[in-house]
Design a protein around this ligand. Sequence first.
Ligand code: SF4
Ligand code: SF4
Length: 136
Amino acid sequence: MGTWPNSPCLEKNCSFCCRKTEMPLSPSDVLRLATTTGQHPNQFSKEESGIRILLNNPVTEACVFLDTVSDDSKAPGLCSIYENRPIGCRTYPLILNADDEAFLDTLCPHREDFPDAPPALLMMLKRLDSELQSQS
Ligand code: SF4
Ligand code: SF4
């Protein structure tokens, strides 16, 4: 599966996008996470309008898979399922606008430190988008 080359996330110690997450999951994300963690999908996600989205930990208000001790949006944290993380987590901060054009989300505080998006990442994002649209 593709990912960003040289993303600034670790270097900047950033976990901003893993907090108060509403990351949608494809059916293959749900299956992979359930298989690799041994958890029921309801332990890490909930369904909204036909799509499953990641759950947040009520204490840290961060994704249930984020290893962190703080609810501060600028606190460090590491993804505990990094190798198996959802497709949307791999492609972020690349997102699509209403015309299906890709751009870097302005909410990402380090978006200017990302390299040009590899074509494989854009393909993954568009495939995820069409999978989610067919579910909702
Ligand atoms: S994608 Fe952006 S917001 Fe998310 S961890 Fe990386 S730098 Fe932070
Ligand atoms: S699965 Fe990992 S990368 Fe995705 S939001 Fe959760 S902690 Fe962050």
